[in-house]
Design a protein around this ligand. Structure first.
Ligand code: SF4
Ligand code: SF4
Length: 350
């Protein structure tokens, strides 16, 4: 794939977006005024756009892009007494604007849905095949981001169609998809080298644990979260790397033989997630759920796939109604492990 840099005026880049919107659905962060958690607060979440003015280029999105690939509720198929019919999906191609942490999160979603077993997840793959990505450069770090320590502050080597940085009233784009060369060349002010913006430092720092002793799983450090966490699951729903789902059958008839099957996002922090046949329920304490989530994000996934699941987007910190900070939890795990190591050293000296 060749790479070419283009510089656009706002009008020129808008013409590119208008032209692309004839072929693609364009899905990007949008500022939703007055739709935030509290009265008179805003929220940035993903929606379809037709022009540049609709895209929130400055603020970090509170919710992630993942809803385009793993909708909160997705009808998979309809069933009647004798037949099953797969649900239709929008056949148009989609272009998704996202930042470096989220493009790295896409790698985690693909890992789980496409490469975590003998078969690809069919319902994920059929949407994924239609989606391409636009990398939004980061000119500065945002509140709660810790992408640098998670190694997700850059995405140059990942697959995207083009990048976009809005600097000094100009749009700077690095084009990788040669199929878009004509529309870019026709609307640009000039061609010049472009490097997508990325940050090299965040205010929030994390120190990741390397080796994890079993003692961390029984540590009393998790009790704090039994007391503080209310098990609302908001942290999971905003997380670009959380992939858990559950199934729901919705019946149209009393005999339960006609209806639809839906795949619905699930949360490991919410009551009911671990319910099993026979009335069993695991991780009842919120602290145990926090331990499970934390170790999955910074240990279990890495053990299996060689890299961490968490991308350090910081959204879970921002959204938590109890002000629980995931970056703090990572640092506490590392400190707890260091304490255990020190204790072992003292014991072996004695
Ligand atoms: S765990 Fe939190 S910081 Fe890590 S990827 Fe998920 S939302 Fe982002
Ligand atoms: S950590 Fe915060 S956002 Fe997550 S379930 Fe607990 S209270 Fe809710």
């Amino acid at each position: 794939m060749g790479k070419r840099g283009f510089i656009f005026s706002p009008g020129g880049f808008n013409s590119v977006i208008e032209e692309l919107s004839k072929k693609y659905l364009i899905y990007a962060p949008v500022l939703k005024v007055g739709e935030g958690r509290f009265t008179d607060t805003d929220v940035v979440r993903y929606d379809f756009v037709n022009e540049v003015a609709d895209i929130e280029l400055e603020k970090k999105s509170d919710y992630s892009f993942k809803e385009i690939l793993t909708p909160l509720s997705q009808t998979l198929f309809f069933f009647t007494e004798n037949d099953v019919k797969e649900a239709n999906i929008d056949e148009r191609e989609t272009l998704v604007f996202l930042r470096s942490c989220d493009l790295n999160a896409l790698k985690r979603l693909d890992q789980i849905y496409l490469k975590n077993g003998r078969e690809e997840d069919y319902f994920y793959a059929r949407i994924r095949d239609k989606v391409k990505f636009v990398l939004m450069g980061c000119e500065h770090s945002y509140e709660d981001c810790f992408c640098v320590d998670m190694g997700t502050n850059r995405a140059d080597d990942l697959d995207f169609s083009f990048s976009v940085d809005y600097i000094d009233n100009k749009f700077k784009c690095l084009l990788k998809d040669e199929n878009l060369s004509l529309v870019f060349a026709n609307n640009a002010l000039k061609e010049e080298e472009v490097i997508p913006g990325f940050v090299t430092e965040n205010d929030t720092k994390v120190k990741l644990p390397k080796d994890v002793p079993l003692s961390i799983f029984t540590s009393d450090m998790w009790d704090e979260y039994t007391a503080r966490c209310i098990g609302c699951g908001r942290c999971n729903y905003v997380c670009p790397t959380c992939t858990c789902y559950t199934m729901q059958d919705v019946y149209y008839t009393d005999n339960g033989k006609v209806g639809e099957r839906r795949r619905v996002n699930a949360s490991c922090m919410v009551d009911g997630y671990t319910n099993v046949a026979g009335g069993g329920e695991y991780r009842k304490k919120h602290g145990d759920r926090m331990r499970f989530k934390t170790m999955h994000k910074i240990y279990d996934f890495r053990k299996r796939f060689g890299y961490n699941m968490c991308v350090g987007c910081g959204r879970c910190d921002t959204v938590c109604p109890e002000y629980i900070s995931f970056s703090n939890i990572i640092n506490k795990v590392t400190a707890e492990i260091a304490k255990t190591d020190e204790l072992k050293e003292v014991q072996s000296e004695n």
